[in-house]
Design a protein around this ligand. Sequence first.
Ligand SMILES: C[S@@+](CC[C@H](N)C(=O)[O-])C[C@H]1O[C@@H](n2cnc3c(N)ncnc32)[C@H](O)[C@@H]1O
Length: 340
Amino acid sequence: MTNRDIDYGKQLVASVAGLALAAGILKVKKVLDTPSRTYIPGENTVGAEYDAWTEEEILEYYWGEHIHLGYYRDEDLAKGAGTLLGHRVKDFIEAKEDFVDEMYAWSGVEANNGGTKPKKILDVGCGIGGATRRLASKCVGPDSQVTGITLSSKQAARATALAERQGIPNADFQVMDALAMTFEDDTFDMVWACESGEHMPDKKKYVDEMVRVLKPGGTLVIATWCQRHAPPELTAVEKSKLQFLYDEWAHPYFISIKDYCSLATDTGAMTRVEGDDWTKQTIVSWRHSIWAGVYDPIPVFSRPKIWYKTLRDIVCLERMRRAFGEGLMQYGMIRGVKKE
Ligand SMILES: C[S@@+](CC[C@H](N)C(=O)[O-])C[C@H]1O[C@@H](n2cnc3c(N)ncnc32)[C@H](O)[C@@H]1O
């Protein structure tokens, strides 16, 4: 080919198109890397986010009544549960119901309660009440009362409607701030908190309040996303990854499992405080959530208004999975008993 054969016009168009594409990709990356739902102190950011999710109905469609991760036993994992091809090995929503049953068992509440079921349970940060209703209908039954609290009025309304529809009169719901609960001291036989601690701007107050309303001899059980314990100090890269995870889904900050245990112990009112890490049992949930949408995409495709938010959520789900996979995040389980 000679210089005369080269079509400079076409080359110029191809170069400009290539540059425009690269600039477009960088722009999209920058937008997706910039958190959009940052926690703002003093504003009901958390309640507003959950109001929006409840109204959109898409979270309930894919995640069911439970806004928390699922539980996968070794045998589920061995069969590939939660992976793209193993998507149907274990149903995503069934994994969440299993989580509630496993958390209830792990809490040790019945043994702590002299072999009997707790009569009054508080579910702190109850979402649309999936766990509250499962506790009320399956774990403890009609002789007990389970109360769920949330910052989102839409969630409380949806939770109440579902309890009525499902015929579960012993589950009730209120809009209440976990950091300023209006319950009397020593009210509940069990205080249950599943994936609400992440949103709390004051973790000490969160734990103090839950311990306050727990009866002597009562059981506290918390499941929450934690960051790894420091020291060793977090690196600049780790801090930047965490900052995105805080800011994308209205989280003020996270703490470690050990820090939660210290907060409970430091109340001076708790005994037998223990922590565990359930990352192995829960981590496939992040991608299972994405595969649920891949196998059943119509609900998203038919709602153009949520496309952008869904894309952002997929990015955050994957970043969460990576952070748990590399040990920057851990799935914290904390339990303890209030001293008599
Ligand atoms: C990830 S969802 C978990 C929902 C529920 N525990 C479940 O298992 O389905 C977090 C919940 O915590 C609630 N929450 C966050 N901060 C709260 C606060 N300060 N007081 C009461 N609820 C709060 C939110 O309103 C939301 O219902």
